[in-house]
Design a protein around this ligand. Sequence first.
Ligand SMILES: [Zn+2]
Length: 207
Amino acid sequence: MGFINIADAANRLGVSLPYFRELIDRMDRVPTVLDPTDGTDFWTSTTGMIQERDLKTYENLLRQRRFVRLREVYADVLVEAVVLTIRPGWKSLLERVCERIRWMPAEWSVKLVKAREVNGFMVMRFDYDRDCAGSFNEINRLWEEMRLSSLSVCEECGNNGRFRYSPSRSLTLCDKHARLAEPVLPGDGVMADPASDGGSISELPPD
Ligand SMILES: [Zn+2]
């Protein structure tokens, strides 16, 4: 098996080159990229090469990041066009949400519409029958419970993490992935929940 140029590899995987570079970096695979041109920088070079057999690894990583398997397993509690833009470390939280929905009364007709990250925590949107007694309170409780849970789980890998207070991108990350939120702001490490500690919140409560 030979080597393949990273731009061609991105093409084969159906992602953009910047996205592919990000993915390689996140997975700590930058050292596996060989560049025949001297003195190039990983982030700008277009002559980097990966081993062709690594394509399979990246395909699997992309499947995980797109929650392909989870979408199949929990198709009954997800709307067809469900939007899941969170990173793979929060998969266990998504599974918890889906399991909880399955235990809710069928007449509430609950389905998950969207899960995304805002200010370092997970927010979700549900489709359900608000006229059913108790449904609104239960959904709100689940929403807040998952928001709080996400503030202690690394969004990238699922290990224990904490909120990282960053000017460009506040995220909840473990120590290993803390670099994704660097540089951090003064107050990092003190603020555990931006929603209750004076951070700016753009999406509260569930819509
Ligand atoms: Zn992590």
